[in-house]
Write a protein that binds this ligand. Sequence first.
Ligand code: HEC
Length: 181
Amino acid sequence: MSRNFILLSITYLVLAGGAIGYLLLSGKILESSKIDDPARVAMGGELYQANCASCHGVNLEGQPNWRETKADDKYPASPLNENGRSWIHSGFQMFDIIKVGGASVAPRSIGSDMPAYENKLDNKQIWAVIDYIKSRWPAKILKINESANLFGGFCVSGSVFGQTKKYSPVSKKSIKERGKI
Ligand code: HEC
């Protein structure tokens, strides 16, 4: 085998590995988010109004003073529109929060009022709700969220708020489920 052939093969493997790595990291292979599918967004909207609007608001506006804990030390429901911070999460992280509930990512001492939907919504329905939420974000926010998707599959976006460790357990718990719809 010529030296050139070996070098070319190595270059090819590095490039192919990089491409697959990028697709995995960005969630493009595993994540099932499709905000350009009107039927799916419409289904997500109905599910949102039926399951989520009571706390997060009919217009995703959240509850007042959502940054401050209530008398019971738990946080109110945050806005899911551009005024909140849900867009720092990758699609996977949102999926985890909705599927297994907020308590699995909140500090144990505080707990969370965000319910788990694993027994109410199937994976396809959870992704549809995520798509509905994303479809309401302005282009600027969607762009920022893309970087959460790029790194967030491995929890980097969570580390912006010092939450990487809190996300790890829940990610392991439902990682096998996320891609399947
Ligand atoms: C009983 C009230 C309640 C319902 C119903 C509810 N949530 Fe929540 N949700 C919360 C609270 C409270 C938080 C903040 C949790 C915390 O910080 O501990 C939250 C947090 C979240 C977050 C993380 C947002 C962020 O700012 O980091 C997402 C995403 C979310 N909810 C989505 C949903 C979706 C989708 C539904 C419906 C399928 C839903 N929630 C239904 C109370 C609720």
